[in-house]
Ligand binder design. Structure first.
Ligand SMILES: *[C@@H]1O[C@H](CO)[C@@H](O)[C@H](O)[C@H]1NC(C)=O
Ligand SMILES: *[C@@H]1O[C@H](CO)[C@@H](O)[C@H](O)[C@H]1NC(C)=O
Length: 718
């Protein structure tokens, strides 16, 4: 994704010639400025959330301004995922439902250091309609009974996102079977723990997982059936595993065919039945299984539907994030509710320049030309860095023009209503932004963003360069993704919008941390979510459930998020801190690790950073993964000799240089002296979800990082 900013808009500039540009600038900039001064005015902020009295004496909360009653279903009768899907298939029979790219060829290229990389040549999207998918879902559900799945036991899906993932998912619900989901990137221990804890008897997986499963089969006593997704490699993988005689191994197609020939009556769930036990890669210890009812997921989908303007049949959604993550699961459920088409891709094949895409062939986005897309902030940050880097490389007039265009659009979005549409927009689009937009297919009209806080800068950048609003969502697995969601016409940054119409949000004072609801100018406190999307609790862990879920006098269920937020006057929530990430130093000062890290990330040298503080010292320290390119450029310019990157990271000069840039970033962000890391350690290897050091949404896993780099951290305190 780093290379996303492919070819720039240079060619357009050449076509139009220099006179064209000057003319365009006069036309596009000067005239609108004059008009804006004459006609301009600020947009008024309208209330998006309003206070509501819920649950007893202390019961002040915020609700969505558009809906006085909590939204629980998208339409009457759609109370479970099974009924919602069946009814949606009836409504949208012939519409595109799920699309998959056909593999045309698979090549291997060898890099200069001898490592081999897989390159894919993928074809057009091949679509199945809603009614075709519905038939496959019914067949799969019937096939399950035929292969002997005991409907009183659970099933699990352990795979990357693909059409069959959703088909299996919906198939299980037609027999009221609870589905356990597990991140494909979790380690063996977490996998064994999740499958054993929930006593899963049927496991659906990628064929490439079969080998891994065989190796740990003795630790999976509850498993009876394995269903693997057929693909070109699966013949080999499956035959290698016939040895595991205690498992019945079937291909997905076999199950579908069996079901087609032996149709069974459905056994549909009700609203409060548990649909999913989702294992989240919590930041400490073993993963916890969050129990989501059908009603929870349906409520979130119904609420998010009301936020995406005019969503429907015409929309195409590019699906590439893991479905085992609640954010993607909720987003795809929204698409199915709306009758939109879901085209599957992957993070490694997203754009024409993505790692796994064969040179000269199309990435998922340019092939699908989606109208809707979801993203996590880390991905959008990289898009932004990629585009800016390209602009910088081109330099000269390209850079100047980009900067003018960017500033003009920024002014238009932030202030006067005039510039927000019309000729000027068209001109800048044609001149500058069209090429950038084509990276994601050119038709994006709305982006959903969630999983972690998005920086204001990046939000603006994507707004302007992609020409589409970003709906920033805030929610956790425990609130079934749904909690708050920013609205398409809200042009502010850094906030996560008002509560979704499926829930209420209240703030609860945290005196110890210095956040209270009587704070001025805005009330602050721990974010607590109540309502239809609040899940049933953690599987097999009442202690933890009782700690963070509470039921009030009125029977409303609330989840205590551990996040610190504040409400703006218009009822929009802003997340400002996290309870766990605030550490009290020896002399009593509080350091908010997340806040300091966000500030220091603005240094060019920082690819990733973890700030560490402990109560026995009066200063903090940091582990830094430096940006390889920036550090090497600096080293070359400074004439520093080194054999490899890890040697460079060990050099005192490199540490000093990075440290100086951190101090500068800290000063710009007005951090206190005790917040600036007094010592740092540079680590050459990036932190990835596969290494278990960050979550799938690329959030730091502090406990794992602390454990892995215990020695390094101890040295920093010596
Ligand atoms: C599976 O869970 C049972 C308790 O339900 C426990 O006794 C057993 O040790 C677990 N096995 C593994 C492999 O974790
Ligand atoms: C669905 O399954 C659960 C758990 O097996 C069970 O408690 C519930 O009664 C079932 N629902 C229906 C409608 O049969």
């Amino acid at each position: 994704m780093k290379n996303i900013g492919s070819s720039s808009f240079l060619s357009i500039i050449k076509d139009n010639g220099i006179y064209g540009i000057v003319g365009a600038i006069i036309f596009a900039v000067v005239i609108p400025i004059v008009l804006a001064v004459v006609l301009g005015g600020k947009r008024k902020s309208k209330p998006r959330g309003v206070p509501v009295q819920v649950g007893g004496e202390s019961g002040f909360a915020m609700r969505n301004a558009r809906s006085a009653k909590l939204v629980e279903v998208p339409w009457e009768g759609a109370t479970t995922l099974a009924s919602l899907f069946e009814q949606s298939c009836k409504r949208h029979q012939q519409a595109k439902c799920l699309g998959t790219r056909k593999l045309i060829a698979k090549d291997f290229v060898t890099a200069s250091d001898g490592r081999k990389f897989e390159k894919l040549h993928l074809g057009e999207y091949q679509w199945e309609t809603y009614s075709q998918i519905f038939d496959r879902v019914c067949n799969f559900a019937s096939g399950l009974l035929k292969i002997g799945h005991d409907v009183d036991t659970r099933a699990a899906i352990f795979s990357e996102s693909r059409a069959e993932w959703l088909i299996a998912f919906q198939g299980f619900f037609r027999q009221n079977i609870t589905v356990v989901t597990i991140y494909a990137s979790l380690g063996d221990d977490a996998l064994i723990h999740s499958l054993n804890e929930t006593q899963v008897s049927t496991l659906v997986c990628d064929s490439k997982q079969l080998k891994k499963l065989a190796a740990i089969s003795s630790s999976l006593p509850s498993i009876k059936n394995i269903i693997y997704f057929d693909d070109e490699d699966s013949a080999n993988d499956a035959s290698a595993n016939q040895k595991i005689s205690e498992w019945k191994i079937s291909s997905f197609t076999e199950v579908e065919v069996l079901g087609k020939n032996n149709p069974a009556q459905p056994n549909l769930p009700i609203k409060k039945d548990i649909a999913v036990i989702m294992y989240t890669s919590g930041s400490t210890g073993l993963p916890k299984g969050v129990m989501m009812s059908h009603g929870n997921i349906v409520a979130t989908a119904a609420a998010v539907m009301t936020v995406i303007p005019q969503i429907g049949n015409k929309d195409l959604y590019l699906a590439y994030l893991p479905l085992a993550h609640v954010f993607e699961l909720a987003a795809e459920t929204v698409m199915l509710t709306a009758g939109a088409g879901i085209g599957y891709g992957s993070a490694l094949t997203l754009t024409d320049t993505s790692n796994k895409i064969k040179k000269g062939t199309k990435g998922d986005a340019s092939m699908l030309q989606p109208t809707l897309m979801a993203a996590v902030p880390a991905i959008l940050d990289r898009v932004r860095d990629g585009v800016l880097k390209k602009v910088d490389e081109k330099g000269g007039i390209v850079k100047k023009l980009f900067n003018i265009a960017y500033k003009r659009r920024l002014v238009a979005i932030q202030g006067s209503w005039f510039g927000a549409w019309g000729l000027e927009t068209l001109l800048w689009d044609a001149l500058v932004f069209k090429k950038i937009r084509s990276i994601l297919g050119g038709d994006i009209r709305f982006m959903l963003c969630g999983g972690a806080p998005l920086s204001g800068d990046t939000q603006r950048f994507i707004n302007i360069c992609m020409g589409a609003p970003i709906g920033q969502g805030y929610g956790l697995t425990e609130t079934c993704a749904g909690a708050a969601f920013s609205e398409a016409d809200d042009t502010s940054v850094g906030r996560v919008g008002p509560p979704l119409p499926c829930c209420y949000i209240k703030l609860v004072s945290w005196e110890e941390g210095g956040y209270t609801t009587s704070d001025k100018p805005l009330p602050r406190g721990e974010v607590v979510v109540g309502g239809a999307s609040v899940t049933a609790g953690y599987y097999n862990n009442d202690l933890k459930t009782e700690e963070v879920y509470k039921v009030d006098e009125s029977g409303m269920r609330w989840f205590y998020t551990g996040d610190i937020g504040r409400f703006h006057a218009d009822g929009c929530l802003e997340i400002i801190d996290r309870k766990k990430d605030i550490v009290k130093l020896q002399h009593g000062e509080y350091v908010s690790l997340g806040k300091v890290e966000a500030a220091l990330m603005s240094s060019n040298f920082v690819e990733n950073i973890m700030v560490h503080a402990d109560p026995f010292n009066n200063f903090c320290v940091a582990l830094v993964v430096p940006s390889r390119q920036s550090l090497e450029e600096w080293a070359n310019a400074a004439g520093i000799k080194y054999n490899d990157f890890s040697e460079l990271c060990d050099k005192t000069e490199a540490k000093n240089e990075v440290q100086q840039s951190l101090i500068k970033a800290a000063k710009t962000a007005k951090l206190e002296k005790f917040e600036i890391p007094a010592k740092i350690h540079l680590l050459p290897d990036p932190w990835t979800p596969e290494s278990g050091l960050v979550t799938a949404a690329l959030k730091l896993k502090r406990e794992q990082l602390k454990a892995k780099f215990k020695g390094e951290l101890e040295k920093l305190y010596k």
